[in-house]
Design a binder for this molecule. Structure first.
Ligand code: FEO
Length: 386
């Protein structure tokens, strides 16, 4: 296996995870990559590692350029084990190497691996010289753990952005212009919705700092490297981070005897009659991590559940839990559902949407099977309220 040259004396030496289908609950049908980068200079430097089971692949790629034992500096931009899993074996090989990381990076790496490595702690604004290359550091806490930082090489104008700007795609290609633009942007949006969305205010700060840099390449820790669509992806990040939604409603529901599904259709008609685009997500068919891709764009989030044993249906509960944790802002929510006697599910969904911090439309309930008159009234109400 070979390294891929991405800039003069900078190489991609990561691992390709062809078989990954679930990244801590986030479905990854295209697999992923863990991107490590090697800088050849007076001080040979590796930026991040890979998941533990791809260590040999990373080492083989490094070995195609230099003897790995010559690495003098390792940058750990992020503690999470998809990027640090290869670190223990690597540090066994180069025990005296300098390990550059953020203050929380040092704490996290010590807590993970219980090793007394040669830590060199940096903060925002610090830089190190590798010879001809410099690396400048910017701490980006909570994108996506407290330890995250990004590294910028001004000579080659490369931002090593770690989790920011990533996508879960396993491909032999390394650059954004080598595969379909639609796929790379869609996977970047799914990644944003499932990994980054909670941290919009931190992304706003990162974008502000990045706007001061001359960037010709964004090299994230997952997926394709951005060199041709940098403006497009940074524009998208600006839109997403600043909670700019589209004229889109998503209707997410589960249903027992199709009554809640009928209500979902009536709600859909109301939105469509007001020229709002609608996407429908029956939770029996869609995974919550796929729905998050559209949550990123949606202004309206309608959630429906029938009542089962005095509760909402479990898939709806799972969706609301996941949604609340990812904390999209500036959305309008609406609860709906059918019931037989208690009808608790609709109140629970309404409460769940309230806990998300959404502005709420009045919840909609229908007893047993909604008749045509009831469905028409639901459609009319949506038309009036939006
Ligand atoms: Fe790709 Fe937060 O790790």
């Amino acid at each position: 296996m070979k390294a891929v040259k991405i800039r003069e004396n900078i190489y991609w030496v990561g691992g390709i995870d062809w078989n990954l289908r679930n990244f801590h609950g986030y479905l990854t049908p295209r697999g992923s990559t863990y991107n490590a980068y090697l800088i050849i200079d007076d001080n040979i430097t590796l930026i991040d590692t890979v998941k533990h089971y791809l260590y040999d692949e990373m080492l083989a790629r490094i070995s195609s350029v230099i003897d790995p034992s010559r690495i003098q500096t390792v940058i750990s931009n992020h503690v999470e084990m998809d990027h640090s899993g290869g670190l223990p074996k690597l540090m066994d090989l180069i025990p005296n190497a300098r390990l550059v990381t953020s203050p929380n990076g040092e704490k996290g790496l010590r807590d993970h691996f219980r090793e007394n490595w040669n830590f060199s702690v940096v903060k925002s604004g610090d830089s190190i010289s590798l010879g001809k290359h410099t690396l400048q550091f910017l701490l980006t806490p909570m994108i996506h753990w407290p330890d995250n930082m990004v590294s910028y090489c001004p000579e080659e104008k490369v931002l090593f952005s770690n989790d920011s700007f990533g996508q879960h795609i396993a491909t032999p290609e390394r650059f954004d212009d080598e595969i379909s633009e639609g796929i790379v942007l869609e996977e970047a949006q799914k990644y944003y919705g499932n990994i980054v969305l909670s941290y919009n205010s931190q992304v706003q700060k990162e974008l502000e700092a990045a706007s001061q840099l001359d960037i010709k390449m964004i090299a994230p820790s997952h997926g394709l490297i951005w060199r041709s669509h940098i403006d497009k992806i940074t524009d998208k990040y600006r839109k997403w981070a600043f909670n700019q939604t589209e004229n889109l409603a998503i209707i997410v529901y589960d249903t027992m005897w199709d009554s809640t599904a009928k209500m979902a259709e009536a709600i859909r008609e109301g939105f469509e009659n007001r020229d709002v685009k609608v996407k429908m997500f029956n939770l029996k068919q869609f995974h919550i991590s796929d729905i998050m891709t559209d949550v990123v764009d949606a202004r309206y989030i309608c959630v429906g559940s029938s009542t089962l044993n005095s509760n909402m249906l479990p898939p709806v509960s799972a969706f609301l839990t996941y949604l609340r944790a990812l904390s999209p802002k500036a959305r309008i929510g609406m609860a709906f559902g059918s019931y037989g006697w208690g009808g608790q599910s609709i109140d629970q969904v309404d409460e769940g949407l309230k806990l998300c911090g959404f502005e709420l439309l009045e919840k909609v309930k229908a007893k047993y099977i909604p008749d045509q008159e009831t469905l028409k009234a639901i459609t009319s109400r949506i038309e009036k309220e939006i």
